[in-house]
Design a protein around this ligand. Structure first.
Ligand SMILES: *Cc1c(COP(=O)(O)O)cnc(C)c1O
Length: 401
């Protein structure tokens, strides 16, 4: 039987596929035919793992959070992706994809970005590998994520503000695909999450699977067994969650809880909770759950967290949620802000607001004291300090200073 983490002919159940314009057929089929060979090549593997160790700073620590464990009545371990170079899990993927691009003889890199985290991670590896780098970013995001825009420029990237649609992440993705159509020969598109046409969801999940690969030996070392009772992660497009669950998805002893962004609430029209509110449709080259109007227009996503602000979800997650393998919770803005302050005050770790959604999920799960819980802190909160301060009334107990 095949593993739940592997697509069959590009599909996870009925989700996935590669719905791309004809001009990209060759690019996408070249990639489909070569990606597994590249990933399994010994030279590729050693280059990738050396960079993860010496450049990214892996393995990322698995930290026993004692005060949070006491609070939630379990044994809570934090997987510290926030300690990676550039501050989040995204670099695991960009390091791998740029090596792939080089292998395929591409000389120009494009990427989409929302909050700018994937843009920074892409610009970083392009500087490292001396590749031309073009980043597409909605004009609204360019304005509200100024520091990341300056980081990308400092790293040598060209940032293209996108002025179509709502001028946010979804529009940046569409624009990146459009650019790819114009430069199919020399350009490699580094996709930032487990989304897009097959094989991207599989490529990104494999690049991030290092997270759960490390968890196996780290848990063995710290607890005497190599699996947890619970895994908890936040989901935007689904890449840090995919990496966290990748090597456990067929292990029924492990319960999986994923936190998507509820925004103001799933019963309002200000939400990004795609697995609660979405319906089947096609977005950016894949069939998945999409927030859309009855006549198929993509609806804008709303959340305080720019990194979770996407009206689609990776096809693997759509399938796992629909078959009940994962439990998906919608976490609202105020709950995430509160949880971010809580981790800051109890453990001295300021999490990204995306990661704070995962932390907020802890209060909605009923644990036994012996339960081993692993929660992935996908990124650090330096980029979010202003948002935390602007919303401190949502966390009076900790933020009312
Ligand atoms: C981009 C981002 C996310 C959301 O992306 P996924 O692909 O769902 O992991 C979550 N956390 C941080 C810190 C991010 O930068």
């Amino acid at each position: 039987m095949s593993s739940k983490n592997q697509p069959v002919n590009g599909f996870f159940g009925k989700f996935g596929g590669a719905y791309v314009p004809e001009i990209l057929y060759k690019c996408v089929t070249d990639l489909q035919e070569s990606y597994l060979n590249i990933l399994e090549d010994e030279t590729f593997k050693s280059e990738y793992h050396n960079l993860l160790r010496d450049y990214v700073g892996r393995p990322s620590p698995l930290y026993h959070a004692r005060r949070m464990s006491e609070k939630y009545g379990c044994r809570l371990f934090l997987k510290r992706e926030d300690l990676n170079h550039t501050g989040a899990h995204k670099i695991n993927n960009t390091v791998g994809q740029i090596l792939m691009a080089k292998r395929m003889g591409k000389t120009r890199i494009i990427a989409e970005t929302g909050a700018g985290q994937h843009g920074v991670a892409t610009a970083t590896v392009c500087a490292l590998m001396n590749m031309k780098c073009e980043i597409f970013m909605g004009k609204t995001d360019v304005e509200r994520q100024h520091t990341n825009v300056e980081r990308m420029k400092m790293l040598g990237a060209t940032v293209h503000p996108v002025t179509t649609g709502n001028m946010t992440l979804s529009d940046a993705c569409s624009e990146a695909i459009r650019d790819w159509c114009c430069h199919p020969k020399d350009t490699f598109y580094i996709v930032g999450s487990t989304m897009g046409p097959h094989p991207y969801p599989d490529i990104v999940a494999r690049m991030q699977s290092i997270i759960s690969e490390e968890l196996k030996w780290q848990l063995e070392e710290k607890t005497g067994r190599n699996y947890p009772d619970y895994l908890v992660a936040c989901v935007g497009g689904g890449s840090n969650a995919a990496g966290t669950i990748y090597n456990y998805v067929d292990d029924e002893r492990v319960k999986i809880y994923l936190a998507e962004a509820g925004g103001s609430g799933v019963n309002t029209n200000r939400t990004a909770a795609t697995m609660h509110c979405g319906t089947e449709g096609i977005i950016h080259g894949a069939r998945t759950l999409v927030m859309q109007t009855e006549d198929g227009q993509i609806e804008e996503a709303f959340t305080i967290s720019a990194g979770l602000d996407y009206p689609g979800i990776g096809p693997m997650h759509a399938q796992l949620a629909q078959e009940g393998r994962t439990h998906v919770l919608a976490i609202n803005d105020d709950e995430a802000i509160y949880a971010g302050y809580e981790l800051t005050r109890l453990e001295g770790i300021i999490p990204a607001i995306e990661s704070a959604h995962a932390i907020a999920a802890l209060s909605k799960i009923c644990f036994k004291p012996s339960d081993i819980v692993v929660l992935t802190v996908s990124g650090r909160g330096d980029k979010d300090v202003q948002t935390y301060l602007d919303n401190k009334e949502m966390a009076k107990e900790y933020g009312g200073f």
